[in-house]
Design a protein around this ligand. Sequence first.
Ligand code: S3P
Length: 432
Amino acid sequence: MSSAKKLDYKNTSLNGTILVPGDKSISHRSVMFGAIAQGKTTVEGFLLGEDCLSTIDCFRKLGVEIKVEGTNVTIESKGIDEWVEPKEILYTGNSGTTTRLMLGILSGTTLHTILTGDASIGKRPMRRVADPLRLMGAKIAGRENGQYTPLAIQGSKLQAIDYTMPVASAQVKSAILLAGLRAEGTTVIREKEVSRDHTERMLKQFGATIDVEGGVISFEGGQQLQATHVNVPGDISSAAFFLVAGAIVPNSDITMKNVGVNPTRSGIIEVLEKMGANLSVVIEDENAAEPTATINIRTSDLKAATIEGDIIPRLIDEIPVIALLATQADGTTVIRNAEELKVKETDRITAVVNELQKLGANIEATDDGMIIHGPSRLHGGNLQSYGDHRIGMMAAVAALIASSPIEIDDADCISVSYPTFFEHVEELLKNS
Ligand code: S3P
């Protein structure tokens, strides 16, 4: 399964325009919401990454009809009350979003289901979701009292809760909201730091009423979702790799169209601006359910920055590639309050620090982040992806500036979120 990939880019520039694939978070939700609603939901710009295909696979096992034609997906559902009890285990692959959001959705059905995923999923904490769901009356069993997959869910009647989020996590928030859809009463969620709000936006798009004010979300149970059309913008977390590449690879000039710039996701743009990147962001459609922009980035000198506090949830998935960016910036970059990195697809603090050190970067791990002294000239080496798509892509972008080749042990994992990543690299290199 693991496939080593040798990258020898010889410091050529990246030039041209690309369309990054659809947003992973929004693609997952489009299928979930379409499956809950009765009728035909159409999705445009769907991400054909392995994670989102896992979501489709789970819903097919629940009896929902889903057609995939290129990046257009059609979901025809008789509605959540008509789903069938699956004979098979629902396999969520490498996808934390699928596992956690499904847990919330399935808790309020009448079905018995079992969720399990790959080795990485088997190590990721699930009680952050199971505990609030149990407060709502959910019946969930699993290893270490529901902390780890496989998880068995016996659907039951749910009661709304008033819940203060202990961590900034859109997966936890979304699982509670999706359970809240089926619960009796008004679910209230209080967020100290705002996490991505795609679920709240999509609930409105599917005709539900949800109130969000000053970090407090109120959502009345028993609402019916209306099937609709969903336009998935390009994923800013995928664009991030080319934003960083454009900033650090000499003589580059990259344009990306239709990039989702939801403010709860666009922390990387603020960081690039703060570090002195040569960047332009032109909003395409401000009034869409999810705003989009055309982003252009050109190579420039960079300065270090401190990245901390409430911006962290707005760029959590971009930190591996931001760390690489910081190795090319003048001064000391400090990333703190990012302990959530330890419970992603792999421990991303350890993975980023280990792998960038192998290339000669001056980087050290802290309890809740990392400290990077730049700039440093990176050399090549053999890097591990830890089976984590974002570590794999960070390594590939490093190869674009390294003085000698980089070999990545398992680069296939990149297809979890960006199956056309290397095609886009080649396309941009062609124009140099
Ligand atoms: C996601 C939320 C984030 C993010 C993940 C996708 C989502 O996780 O890291 O890649 O789609 O809701 P947390 O909510 O656990 O921080």
